[in-house]
Design a protein around this ligand. Structure first.
Ligand SMILES: C[S@@+](CC[C@H](N)C(=O)[O-])C[C@H]1O[C@@H](n2cnc3c(N)ncnc32)[C@H](O)[C@@H]1O
Length: 381
């Protein structure tokens, strides 16, 4: 069954919404056009065909396998124009006897016509009724992604996928999560939704942020949807009191500068088993580091100094976490195009231990910089 449209349907998977066939090649064929839509049933994935004959419309259901077979044989022989509508893209095909002309109009969600290269299905889907996402302005009222929020949607989706990879192996039915610097709280809401609605787990999720108006709005939305264990607090995490009961996970997504250090410190202090932290605005080292050794070349130009300092900050954080007993991976959680601040520290507590931080101490002395997590951990000794 070699037919480009079948390949595209398979590659797009759940994103496919509709396939419309029109312009008869064989004028004697009884149906002038057919519009077909996929749907899930007890028998698996099915297609409903709406067939137009004069002013009458007939319906027929087929399994996906039968539909693709029909499409690659009778459908291909009968119709000249075929239009595939999927999330984010529309593909028009003109079917000639010897070739198929294919024209894609749509945005960045280009079809990849190789089914082996199929994109992983999102955990959160466009079109899924997540009302909080509409209130937060990520989804429109029609449940499509608001264009300006596409990068944010991609980030929170990926974040959830990473959490899902870990959580699916944990076998837990209750979970407590703290989100530091939650801001408008797209991620916080989605984490709560993921655990309570998708995983059916009892979740307690707390978000901290400096901004009163944002926290108030988030609490109102949480209340509106009966999210009883999702709470937001106005709290400067560098000095405020933080939840200290059993915590399963600490998350941060672009929590500014040293707010990330306080989140990591709180996790270390409380023996939190899982940390997912995407740092941002790593200003501390950049504003304190001085020339004086092997890295001077990297400190001579503002831009390079800034990037080098950010990488040094996250390397030091990773090293401290490792020294405190965590297994740490630094991963690119989304493509650079979706956020230039795209490094995530993914950490899992192996066994809490007393850290040896001599090499970091030497670095700070040699270059005269301060680093908050190092300072906080150092104070304990
Ligand atoms: C770039 S926003 C990220 C918001 C959200 N996590 C997201 O990804 O959409 C950073 C947030 O961190 C908050 N923040 C910065 N410093 C903080 C602190 N010391 N305590 C609490 N929140 C802080 C800011 O108010 C801001 O809302």
């Amino acid at each position: 069954m070699e037919f480009v449209i079948c390949d595209d349907i398979k590659a797009l998977g759940e994103k496919v919404k509709k396939l419309a066939l029109s312009e008869l090649k064989n004028k004697n064929y009884e149906y002038s056009k057919i519009t077909s839509r996929p749907f899930n049933s007890k028998k698996g994935l099915m297609w409903q065909l709406e067939k137009t004959k004069g002013s009458q419309v007939f319906h027929e259901n087929m399994t996906e396998a039968d539909f693709l077979l029909w499409l690659s044989t009778e459908g291909k022989e009968t119709y000249r124009q075929i239009c595939l509508t999927a999330e984010g893209t529309t593909v028009h095909y003109t079917v000639f006897p010897d070739k198929v002309k294919r024209k894609e109009t749509g945005n960045s969600l280009k079809v990849k016509a190789q089914s082996h290269n199929k994109e992983k299905a999102y955990i959160l889907k466009q079109g899924e009724n997540i009302p909080a996402l509409v209130d937060l302005g990520v989804f429109s009222k029609e449940l499509t992604i608001v264009k300006s929020k596409y990068d944010k949607f991609k980030q929170i989706n990926r974040f959830i996928e990473i959490i899902d990879d870990v959580f699916s192996k944990l076998n837990k039915d209750e979970i407590t999560i703290l989100d530091f610097g939650c801001g408008k709280s797209y991620l916080t809401f989605i984490v709560y939704y993921y655990f309570t609605e998708i995983k059916k787990v009892k979740a307690k999720v707390i978000g901290y942020d400096l901004k009163e108006d944002v926290v108030k709005n988030c609490n109102e939305i949480a209340e509106r949807y009966g999210y009883t264990d999702l709470k937001f607090y106005v709290n400067d995490v560098t000095k405020g009191e933080l939840y200290e009961g059993d915590i399963d996970m600490v998350i941060t997504l672009h929590a500014c500068d040293i707010a990330t250090d306080f989140a990591l410190y709180h996790a270390i202090e409380n023996g939190v088993p899982h940390i997912f932290s995407v740092p941002c605005c790593q200003h501390e080292i950049c504003s304190s580091i001085k020339k004086g050794g092997d890295y001077d070349l990297l400190l001579s130009h503002g831009l390079i100094k800034e990037r080098f300092s950010a990488l040094l900050t996250d390397s030091i954080r990773a090293e401290i976490l490792k020294e405190c007993g965590y297994e740490v991976d630094i991963i690119e959680f989304v493509d650079f195009a979706h956020s230039p601040k795209n490094l995530m520290l993914r950490c899992k507590l192996k066994k809490k231990k007393a850290p040896q931080l001599q090499s970091i101490k030497e670095l700070t002395e040699k270059y005269g910089f301060t680093q908050k997590l190092f300072e906080l951990i150092g104070k304990e000794k």
